[in-house]
Every structure is written in C-alpha cells, then in structure tokens.
Ligand binder design. Structure first.
Ligand code: 3HC
Length: 302
C-alpha cells in the first residue's frame, strides 16, 4: 500500500488548465468536454470569426444536453451552460496563452509540417511541466513530437466525433512518452468522464485501423454492385448493431478526412489491399462532396 501511495504521490499534479489548438469540430468538442468537467480551457484558432463559430457550436451542443438533463428546470440548465462557457476563453495567439497551461491538445489540420511548426514554436514558450498531445487520427505521434525537445512529455489523445457523446479516448504512448506523462493522460481522460484505452503509436491506433478499412470495404462492395448504399447501411445497423451504417458514417466523419487517412497509409504500404484507393471516394472528394458538412456525400442533406 505504501508503495502505491508513494508512486501516485510522485505523479504529475492533476491537469487543470488546458489549451486546445483548433476550433473545428474536434477541437470545439474537446474544449466543451474539458470545460464541462471543470477545467480552465483556452480555445485557440487563427481568427476571431472561427472562434465565434466554435463558441456557437459549443453552445448548440450544450443546449442539446441541457434539454434532456434539465428538462424540468430550464433555469438551472441556463445556469449550467453559463458556468461551462465561463470556463472557456478564446485566443488567436497560442504562444501567449500556453505560458500557464498544463496541457496542450492540438486538433488542427492533418498536415505533419503544419503540426510540427506549431509544436516547435510552443515548445520554446510553454513551461517545462506542460504536456503536449496531438489528436491526430493517422499521423505517427513520434513524427510530430520530433519537432520538440520534450519527447518524454509528448503523447497522443485521440477523441471521437461527436466528442461530447463518444465515451472513448485512445491514449497513445509513443516511443519517447514517459510513464509519468502516460499516467497523467490516463488520469486526465478519466477526469473528462471518458474511458481510456492504451494504444501504441501505430497507424490508426485501434479504432481507425479497424474502422477505415471497414468503411472502404463497404464502398468497394457498393462499387462492385453487390448491394445498394441503403441496404449496406441498414444491414450493418440491424445486423451488426452499429449506430450508423458505413456510408452514413463516412458522410458524418467527412469523405476528405477518410480519403486523407487511407491515402497516407497507402503511400506507406501500397501492397496492402486494405489501403487501396477507392475510385468512387476519390471522385466524390474531387467534386467537393465531402459529406454532411457540405450538404452532400454519399447521401444528400438538407
Ligand atoms: N452534442 C451533444 N449531444 C449530441 C451531439 C452533440 N454533438 N450529437 C448527438 N447528441 C445527442 C443528443 O442528445 C441527441 O438527442 P437530441 O436529438 O435530443 O438532441 C442524441 O445524441 C441522439 O442523437 P440523434 O437522434 O441525432 O442520433 P443518434 O441516436 O443516431 O445518435 C450518434 C447520434 C451519437 C452520433 C450515433 O449515431 C453514433 O454513435 N454514431 C456513430 C459515431 C461514430 O462512430 N463516431 C466515430 C467516428 S470515427 C472518428 O471520429 C475518428 C476520427 O479520427 C475520424
């Protein structure tokens, strides 16, 4: 017992102040969940307009939660939303806000060079104790971390869309990530009310490594004329218990995101048939049909 107490006593102090870089769907969701669970959050993006939109999305999502949780007490619901929003501030200058943060969560564009440039800048200004993580869905954490001098305090936290609803967070231990950092990230995930799973720094970690080839295989099935989109979706919902069928999920995740992931893996392992490009997916992306967010992907949306 004494040993357990000692080892937990030397652990990192709990993460209280979180900087989320990227006000898109994932970044906003992460900021929301951290704020709901009482963390001080700064959400950073390049323009005030983007940040205003992020705040609007967070408020919209909170209202959906409140509608059910505080169904009979609208005033308490309003108070809850206000309290959560008070935990979130915004900034367009990452370098100035990380000076008093415990954790930086990066959720920006899936581009290695852009991520490296960001972390290289932040590494010089963030305090020594600050942990850096990326929410990348497909890039190696070690490659992103190599732009910094804090390999031991660098890891991955991979969230799922919609972040407020999905209970899982993949916690990634890269080659340089220290056990202390990894433990702090597991504790933080639990403090968010999420369920962590431990992942190695391998392509797609666990979920995307299984989910992306599955979704692409559904597209190939459809391309061969073996089933309609609608039937394949219904089949996987009613026959396998998935909440969304593969085409619905592709549209939800974004066809560009899915293509980006598969293209990256194909480049590294062109002989792996699971990573082969899909002509139909490529065509839709070229036409700007990226899924729900653009109003059309495999399906049309109002
Ligand atoms: N914020 C708050 N609440 C939300 C929400 C959000 N963004 N989205 C959904 N909800 C809640 C609401 O409470 C909603 O109730 P409401 O209609 O009263 O507002 C409730 O969920 C039910 O939502 P819907 O009726 O719209 O639809 P569903 O019952 O189908 O649930 C879903 C929606 C939770 C998204 C469910 O369909 C689902 O789990 N889908 C699969 C999602 C998935 O697989 N995500 C992982 C994608 S992979 C990924 O993200 C990795 C990346 O790297 C690519």
């Amino acid at each position: 017992i004494t040993r357990t107490l000692c080892s937990s006593a030397v652990r990192n102090a709990a993460i209280k102040h979180v900087t989320v870089i990227g006000g898109g769907l994932m970044g906003s969701g992460i900021a929301q969940v951290a704020a709901v669970t009482g963390h001080s959050v700064v959400l950073v993006d390049t323009s005030e307009d983007i940040l205003k939109n992020s705040a609007k999305n967070i408020q919209g999502s909170l209202k959906r939660v409140v509608k059910k949780k505080f169904a009979d007490k609208p005033e308490a619901g309003e108070e809850f939303v206000q309290k959560v929003m008070n935990n979130i501030s915004t900034s367009t200058d990452a370098a100035s806000v990380v000076q008093k943060t415990d954790l930086v969560v990066e959720a920006i564009v899936e581009n290695l060079k852009v991520k490296q440039a960001l972390f290289s800048t932040l590494d010089k200004v963030a305090p020594a104790h600050t942990i850096f993580v990326s929410n990348t869905s497909s890039l190696p954490i070690a490659d992103i971390a190599s732009s910094t001098a804090r390999l031991d305090r660098f890891g991955g936290l991979h969230f799922f869309n919609p972040v407020p609803m999905m209970k899982l967070v993949e916690v990634i231990k890269a080659a340089g990530t220290s056990q202390q950092t990894f433990d702090a990230l597991l504790d933080f995930t639990k403090a968010l009310g999420k369920h962590p799973v431990s992942c190695k720094d391998t392509p797609g970690f666990i979920v995307n490594r299984l989910l992306v080839p599955y979704m692409l295989e559904a597209v190939r099935l459809y391309e061969r004329g073996h089933g309609s989109k609608e039937d394949i979706d219904v089949a996987m919902k009613l026959g396998a218990g998935y909440p969304m069928g593969p085409f619905e999920l592709l549209d939800y995740v974004g066809l560009d995101t899915s293509k980006f992931i598969i293209d990256g893996w194909y480049e590294k392992e062109p002989e792996n048939p699971l990573f082969a490009p899909s002509p139909l997916l490529n065509k839709l992306v070229a036409e700007g049909k990226l899924g729900k967010k653009t109003g059309e992907g495999f399906y049309k949306y109002k």
